[in-house]
Design a protein around this ligand. Sequence first.
Ligand code: AMP
Length: 387
Amino acid sequence: MSFQSLGLGEPILRGVRSAGYEQPTDIQAQAIPKILARQDLIGLGQTGSGKTAAFGLPMLDRLAGGEPGLRGLIIVPTRELCVQVAENLRIYAQHAGLHVCTAFGGIDLGIQESAFKRGLDVLVACPGRLIDHLERRNLTLEKVQMVVLDEADRMLDMGFMPQIRKIFIRLPHERQNLLFSATMPKEVESLVEDFLPGAERVQIGARSQAAKTIAHRFVGVGVSDKKAALERVLERESGKVLIFVNKKINCEKLGNALKRDGLPADAIHGDKSAEARHACLGAFTRGKVRFLVATDVAARGIDVDDIDLVVNYDFPLALEDYVHRSGRTGRAGKAGRALSLVAPSEKRLHAIVAAHLRGEAVSSAPRGRAGGGGGRKRQPRRRLQRA
Ligand code: AMP
């Protein structure tokens, strides 16, 4: 299977060569011809499956040579993801004469507005900042032909559904819709019913196969012994390790503790400024920082290819998080490793993840059952529960 055979035009194929891709990944091979045929599509793809190119390449192909203006919109949950998706698209678009801009919070609106004025064909945006620009009339969506909602399940977890609906109702009726999500919670299904009825679904293997290139290890350890156990693991690692914790405060504490012990470590979480997070990611990408402690939300935007090991210092509270976390290693077909330090209180969660990895049916508990207050407010994370 080659990129040529998927139906992409020459300018975009040159972009693919610039990116250094030789063969399409699974999701790319399945999704690109369908997107080029103008179908609405729901991609159930794991992190690291190559989904940015799966939607980016056919979008750019469709827009190449057309009249300039904002015609492609990609909505993403975090700034980091926004920057990384845009960086990838710029590589793919470099021979197609298309302008890719970003819109995310934390930097001056005026800087982004000036960039739009210099040329804007594709916008990669976080929901809140996009709405700010729309309300200030810095942008209009009237020429949008294609819209991508990336990491829809994470948007839901971050409470963005009301903003997403606000954006969708402002889009032109005639358009192509693409939605990507690792999982399909009820609220995402309902968004699909409202805005992408009849969309085709592309599933990249069953969920239980998602981590097939990853070796999963679980080590029982007492809560008070976790830090020492982690340091023993890190001492044997010569590459990059991403370490997950469940809370921002513990993220900062663990990062500081590792640094104090002389390890090349840092922490990334939502209470750090955009600049501090960017600097931290840069240091991790370059390998100056090799051990990065992260929360789930902050880690969503990390697009570092060569993570050797993912450590669950805290066991994730939702199965989706386990899948997302371990998906950070072993990307694009490379082998990876995931290690979980399991305290006695986390054994129940571990048993469920282990059953999932063996391919047994496991589902998450329904969200927000108590109260039933309208369904628009932010919902609690789903807890792990056996089906
Ligand atoms: P994504 O799932 O879009 O975040 O992609 C994960 C990583 O795989 C990124 O670093 C991409 O640049 C890389 N990638 C995507 N498609 C391919 C491909 N066809 N061949 C090699 N690497 C790829």
